[in-house]
Ligand binder design. Structure first.
Ligand code: B1M
Length: 243
């Protein structure tokens, strides 16, 4: 499509279905301004932020991923798509986080060493905020020292690890093994996620749970933190000092 063709498309005049499809095309073409406009229009039409995220943005990125895999799109083009996706996510972030309630727990999250993919991790962070967690995002390419420093500084309940490459997923085990070696493993609930992972891998590296997507991550975080608190309440009190 030429620039002139784009000029002719009035996003606001499209039906919901047409606009969603157009946004998939615009994500594919890395058009951040159009994605921001489309996101705003769908919200103005009464779409919830979760629906915009799932149907317009995540689905568009899935299509980008297929053509990246098949060698039709290359890194520079996918970076533009990622940038456009982030434009839409920036609008949705405060809406997803709008709960007004006290934080139910704290989470430190980061993408592991050697890996610079952050869209999925950012989505997880947004959904966790929306579920009522205080989230400390330490970013991409995080080595074990960076995780340890963040755990020490923020004292979270949960550690979230993200990896998108088969070559970087083993580093999750390095982080978990280091926690164990330092006697810190039981202090945190460790959740892992990323497209190449599965439950078997999560169990094999000693994580507490694998989260297939951001919605599952938010649900898992809530249920595991409640289970841990209930367990602590049910534990018999320690020996009395007075007796
Ligand atoms: Co990359 N890349 N990439 N890439 N990239 C993949 C992952 C790949 C599958 C593409 C493909 O071949 N089909 C492939 C990996 C193959 C493999 O390892 N088996 C791949 C490759 C090979 C590479 C490079 C090596 C390419 C190269 O340079 N030749 C390179 C590596 C760079 C590096 O990290 N060192 C590279 C680079 C890039 C870009 C920089 C261009 C860009 C990243 C931009 C950015 O993130 N800022 C990019 C992108 C965008 C992708 C694809 C197309 C899309 C990823 C994405 O954002 N998905 C991806 C193909 C794909 O996955 N379909 C691909 C959307 C996102 C919402 O989903 O990230 O899965 P996802 O996150 C989900 C869940 O996984 C889960 O919840 C999220 C939200 O629902 N989740 C968690 C994720 N993290 C979690 C953490 C949790 C819980 C759940 O903690 C509790």
């Amino acid at each position: 499509m030429s620039d002139d063709d784009y000029d002719e498309i009035d996003l606001a005049s499209l039906s919901d279905d047409e606009l969603t499809k157009q946004m998939h095309d615009d994500l594919y073409d890395g058009l951040a301004e159009e994605i921001i406009e489309g996101t705003t229009i769908l919200l103005d039409r009464g779409w919830g932020p979760e629906k915009v995220l799932a149907e317009a943005l995540v689905e568009g990125m899935r299509i980008v991923g297929i053509d990246f895999r098949d060698g039709i799109l290359f890194v520079p083009e996918v970076l533009l798509s990622a940038n456009a996706m982030k434009g839409g996510m920036a609008i949705l972030r405060p809406l997803l986080a709008e709960t007004g309630a006290e934080p139910i727990g704290k989470v430190v999250i980061g993408t592991v060493k050697g890996d610079i993919h952050d869209i999925g991790k950012n989505l997880v962070a947004m959904m966790l905020e929306g579920a009522g967690f205080e989230v400390f995002d330490i970013g991409i390419n995080s080595d074990v020292d960076k995780y340890l420093a963040a755990l020490e500084e923020h004292q979270p309940d949960i550690l979230g690890l993200s990896a998108l490459l088969t070559t970087t997923m083993p580093y999750m085990k390095v982080v978990i093994d280091t926690l164990a070696a330092k006697g810190l493993r039981e202090k945190y609930i460790v959740l892992v996620g990323g497209a190449p992972l599965n439950e078997e891998f999560s169990a094999a590296i000693g994580a507490d749970a694998y989260c297939r997507d951001a919605a599952v991550a938010a649900e898992m975080a809530k249920s595991m933190i409640l289970a841990r608190r209930n367990l602590r309440r049910a534990e018999p009190p320690g020996p009395s000092v007075a007796s």
